[in-house]
Design a protein around this ligand. Sequence first.
Ligand code: NAD
Length: 503
Amino acid sequence: MTKIVNHWIGGKPVENAAGASGTYGAVTDPATGAVTTRVAFASVDEVDAAVAAAKEAFATWRHSSLAQRTSILFKFRALLDAHRDELAELITAEHGKVHGDALGEVARGLEIVDLACGISVQLKGELSTQVASRVDVSSIRQPLGVVAGITPFNFPAMVPMWMFPLAIACGNTFVLKPSEKDPSASLKLARLLAEAGLPDGVFNVVHGDKVAVDRLLEHPDVKAVSFVGSTPIARYIHTTASANGKRVQALGGAKNHMLVLPDADLDAAADAAVSAAYGSAGERCMAISAVVAVGSVGDELVEKIRERAEKIKIGPGNDPASEMGPLITAAHRDKVASYVTGAAAEGAEVVLDGTGFTVEGHEDGHWIGISLLDRVPTTAKAYRDEIFGPVLCVLRVDTYEEGVDLINASPFGNGTAIFTRDGGAARRFQLEIEAGMVGVNVPIPVPVGYHSFGGWKDSLFGDHHIYGNDGTHFYTRGKVVTTRWPDPSEAPAGVDLGFPRNH
Ligand code: NAD
């Protein structure tokens, strides 16, 4: 019996959703290859129903007090905390990542709920008194209305939580279109929000594909779109939603480099490279996928990475012994494998070849082993493309400058890291490198909730990074109020056709 996942509109699940759209998608357990769930794909009418529910809820929610919003968010936080394991199990069952990693994703999402619980401080306005005679000026920020979030498969709980806690804390209402590959976590979040007392219609979920996304991009009542996913779709979302007059932040794909200087602690660098390249089977937008070895360190570093990578235990995500799970789909596994198979012909040395790997008893799972490619030329597809799998490329350069030039020539600019003991070099790197997030001896520098997350170049389209202060700014618009309260004892100033001057 396959489970059915439906939309969540107006505070409850939609019954017989696929009766309206007529379409379901199949959700697979990546560890077994078995279809476990059918997810309803929204028709235009269903998306319209979700937006209508959100619009209706906005009329009241926008006027709710900050205390009311934050008390619901505090309750949601407590429920999320209590249901960490259950959420992680849902994630593992549909995404494939190991349970501990899924718990980590929930914890990082919870950070943004923490931030949203303190929204009262962030939404404090500014006031200048007596800017002119008896004139005060205040700046306030107000919600936009109905806002939409479109999210990728690789963090089915965390990435939605990068968006909706702040959006609703700011007084907006939300329509989420999660990945159709692992939709169950989003419904669990919807149920927890309802249990926390969120009014009906403030948070809605529509499942589906391009039909649902395109309707959100064109719907006149959707005021802003937050997107996280691959670069080609991010570019499309940004162009289309902007053309339709919406505010957009569209975070795209990545190729994250780790520059290792000759003075680095090579054991620490190898530990970091292996953890960051192969964690979550490389299906992280902040995964390290290219190590740039400077000067003489290449041979020793590659050997240390190889030794560690060979020991990684691959298996089902719900097996506590597993350190790395399968890939999301068989098609994605085959695509990842093609980069490894083609690497030698493009001039790379294949140190570890993970293609053809399987797990006994789970032969139909979407397995691939660990791959390590050395001396990869910058012209190779394995370097140029975002592979999004457990494949680490090592590139060799002679100098720090050559390494920085190589990284800056990449069209992606999400995260990057430097490994060194030289503080001066690290400082120079942070200033010279063209990426939105930089790690110094930290391989995956995902900012904490109160700093914003976002890349440069083809890794982000739009002006706002996500969460942190940028998140609050994205989900609100500014208004400046200029007020004069004349002293009742004064005579009116009289008519003056000159442009108002402050004196
Ligand atoms: P994706 O771009 O295929 O899908 C993302 C969302 O867009 C999904 O909800 C999907 O249904 C929708 N979508 C897909 N094709 C569409 C189309 N043609 N028109 C309209 N909507 C469409 O991404 P994915 O495979 O789910 O996720 C992996 C990608 O996300 C990787 O490239 C990864 O780097 C990126 N990612 C980036 C960040 C970041 O913060 N920059 C974070 C996580 C993931």
